[in-house]
Design a binder for this molecule. Structure first.
Ligand SMILES: O=C(O)C(=O)C[C@]1(C(=O)O)C=C[C@@H](O)C=C1
Length: 365
């Protein structure tokens, strides 16, 4: 058989497989519609239906990755199923998700990575606005950055948890690649200013020192904002990611200029919904305590003694009294696990206040 004939035969096979796939996807979508009807019909008086189930979605994605035999990689198949589930959920109920904007930010990329592209995603001007939109019920969930592997905590997010009573329903991790971007009006040998978010400028500090040591660095409210600005401005460049580059049609002068190749940011999903355990969960708590000798030791001891893995501990001013602090602690486990429950009970006797911000599935993708 000639290679032309082979190609033709293979394409006929692909067409037939696509038809079967479409049938299966449509059947799955009808099933999701049925799930929505069952959820609606089983409501008790005064109850609202819960269409979005993060624990179920995390389980589905993990299961698909476990049974995947290739040739597509685990992340690739999970991404495909992520989008199928996103579309199925949109049939049940179109979720509204607020994120730290403007359009083209890494937070938008994180929101789409977590919820898929079938949600209605709404850019907010500040982290606090994301929190307020969720509290007001204008959106179902919010997505905010919480820590970067190079630059550390995002303090605005931590402080917003002290002001608002919201639940953490999930986490997303995103590999952050920064590029040096220019618009069509900029002569590459004439760059006199580089715009970006302060965190992004810091994540590319060494590269900038080596390549543009005497060019002015200007911090803006987001790197998408920087990209928008250089689109029309003369002789300036922006540091931003792929989404912003595409959105504003900018050219990449240099790619992946972050100082650390493993530069990643962790984002949180905030909402009002408590999430049941899947057996691979994390919990976030805030603790405030009196400043006395051994206080931190007493705080950490119960975790150590029960073999609970602390993944993060962060300190912030408590905002009620000078030199008093609160601790943000993340650890492995769910607040319904008996071991975690007993540690939290013991802690609550040692500290002034303890608040569980939420237990949620560990990031799958
Ligand atoms: O299992 C459910 O509760 C569903 O609503 C179905 C489904 C899915 O498509 O698999 C859709 C949305 C939920 O967030 C979780 C899963």
């Amino acid at each position: 058989m000639s290679s032309q004939d082979q190609l033709k035969a293979l394409r006929v096979r692909i067409d037939s497989l696509d038809e079967k796939l479409l049938e299966l996807i449509s059947e799955r979508a009808r099933c999701a519609e049925e799930v929505a009807r069952v959820k609606m019909s089983s409501l008790k008086p005064g109850e609202s239906p819960v269409f979005y189930r993060p624990e179920r979605e995390a389980w589905v994605l993990k299961h698909i990755m476990e049974i995947n035999k290739g040739p597509l990689g685990n992340e690739e198949v999970a991404r495909l199923f992520r989008e199928i589930m996103s579309s199925c959920l949109a049939l049940e109920y179109p979720l509204k998700v607020a994120y730290l904007g403007p359009e083209g930010t890494f937070t938008q990329a994180a929101a789409l990575k977590h919820f898929g592209h079938a949600v209605i995603s709404l850019p907010m001007a500040a982290i606090d606005e994301v929190f307020r939109e969720v509290v007001a019920g204008a959106v179902n969930f919010g997505v905010v950055p919480v820590e970067n592997s190079t630059e550390g905590a995002v303090n605005h997010t931590l402080d917003s948890f002290l002001e608002h009573n919201l639940v953490i329903c999930g986490e997303v991790e995103l590999r952050i690649h920064h590029h040096l971007l220019v618009g069509e009006n900029t002569r590459t040998d004439k760059i006199s200013r580089i715009y970006s978010h302060a965190q992004s400028l810091a994540q590319c500090r060494k590269w900038l020192d080596a390549h543009y040591p005497s060019v002015e660095r200007v911090a803006l409210s987001s790197n998408a904002d920087a990209a928008r600005r250089v689109k029309s401005e003369w002789n300036s460049a922006a540091i931003a990611g792929d989404m912003a580059a595409q959105l504003y049609g900018l050219t990449k002068l240099a790619e992946k200029i972050e100082d650390r190749p493993d530069n990643s940011t962790r984002f949180l999903i905030i909402g009002n919904q408590e999430v049941p355990p899947i057996g691979d969960d994390k919990t976030s708590i805030i603790v405030s305590m009196n400043n006395k000798p051994g206080a931190l030791h007493a705080l950490l001891m119960p975790f150590y003694e029960n073999g609970i893995d602390l993944t993060r501990i962060e300190t912030r001013p408590s905002r009620c009294g000078k030199w008093t602090y609160v601790f943000f602690i993340d650890f492995v486990g769910h607040c319904h696990d008996p071991l975690v429950k007993s540690v939290l009970e013991r802690l609550s006797q040692e500290v002034v206040a303890l608040k569980v911000l939420g237990s949620y599935p560990k990031a799958v993708l």
